[in-house]
Design a protein around this ligand. Structure first.
Ligand code: SF4
Length: 358
């Protein structure tokens, strides 16, 4: 006999969800605080990054910059050092700029008005809703991929978040469900359910607090909601990289190529659609940085790296230089300092394949 579903009652769904969250919520460092600054930092770090990866970064960041003012005062380089390895460095730059604006315009306090928060660099609707609901208990619903999945399954809604009609339907469901008294807990509970129970491929319906109202689970095909989002095609790019070495130190320049990672230090490099084009681009770049002083030698390693939708095939060349390279565009960094320096993850990977100096 097919199971009969209980009528959908937002207040009952909400109660069950909040009850479950009260006893099952993971103890995450940003859940110990209601500080808007700390919640804001955690929400920015959590965009496109797994919880387990974020925890040590969050802890170090908050230790170095315990409040908005200390972040605003810090040099960008120091902020990027602490972000190094998390990726999507634009987030760190925006965080830093926004902290400076908060100090200047709002006396160091995260604004309570949606419009003011939303106008800060790097704060979209998602982050503004998260901070205002969790820190200030304001009735804003948070909609991310995890939450959309839970709602789409509960109501058996077809589509994906890139479709306007689907998004509107899910937003309207969410508005009905949102707890007016505990919006912050409600939002966190929905995200938690999406991350730990209502998993994309294998939802754990047996232990789900919302099972009795869930239409997709009743239909026996929870996994097929929502529709997968169309994937952006991966772009293959070749990168030629020059390693200029003096003992344990290497010469680095800011940015990668094509405007990527502008705030981070990298080995000098050039992109191209082919190996040859990348090499030519690198040679040109080295010439513009130190005309006639750098000679590129043999290949010393190859590796692959992913940045957003790009797959990068990097070829690493040794290079020698007959100039001290002391200009402002260069920096000599000891390989032993890489873990703490504002260098890119790709530069770390390259450093890891370099032969040790005896
Ligand atoms: S019952 Fe299953 S599909 Fe429905 S919300 Fe819970 S985990 Fe997701």
């Amino acid at each position: 006999m097919p199971r009969r579903q209980v009528p959908f009652q937002p207040s009952a769904v909400r109660r069950s969800l909040l009850g479950w969250f009260g006893s099952h919520a993971r103890r995450l460092p940003w859940r110990k605080t209601r500080s808007p600054y700390a919640i804001w930092v955690s929400e920015v770090m959590l965009q496109q990054t797994q919880v387990a990866t974020v925890i040590p970064y969050y802890t170090r960041f908050l230790h170095a910059f315990p409040d908005v003012r200390s972040l605003a005062r810090a040099p960008l380089e120091r902020v990027l050092e602490l972000w190094s390895g998390l990726g999507y460095y634009r987030r760190a730059r925006h965080l830093h700029q926004a902290a400076q604006l908060i100090v200047r315009k709002f006396q160091g306090r995260f604004p309570r008005q949606y419009r003011d928060g939303r106008a800060l660099p790097g704060i979209g609707e998602y982050t503004a809703h998260a901070v205002l609901s969790i820190a200030f208990n304001q009735p804003y619903a948070v909609l991310d991929g995890n939450v959309a999945r839970v709602v789409a399954r509960l109501r058996a809604r077809r589509g994906n978040l890139h479709q306007r009609s689907f998004r509107q339907a899910v937003e309207s469901d969410l508005e009905r469900l949102l707890s007016p008294r505990r919006p912050g807990d409600f939002n966190q509970a929905m995200m938690e359910l999406g991350q730990t129970v209502c998993l994309p491929r294998a939802p754990r319906c047996r232990i789900c607090p919302l099972k009795k109202w869930c239409r997709a689970s009743e239909l026996g095909k929870a996994e097929s909601y929502p529709a997968p989002r169309p994937r952006r095609a991966t772009e293959l790019r070749y990168l030629a990289v020059a390693v200029i070495r003096r003992g344990s130190r290497v010469a680095l320049v800011r940015g990668l190529d094509e405007g990527l990672m502008s705030g981070l230090w990298n080995f000098p490099s050039g992109f191209g659609a082919t190996r040859q084009a990348a090499f030519a681009n690198l040679a040109e770049k080295l010439h513009s940085l130190a005309p006639g002083w750098i000679e590129v030698g043999r290949t010393i390693g190859r590796l692959r790296h992913g940045i957003t939708f790009r797959t990068i095939r990097a070829e690493v060349y040794s290079a020698t230089v007959s100039d001290p390279l002391t200009g402002r565009s260069w920096r000599w960094v000891d390989l032993a300092d890489f873990p703490r320096a504002a260098v890119s993850q790709l530069a770390r990977k390259i450093a890891a394949i370099l032969p040790q100096v005896s």
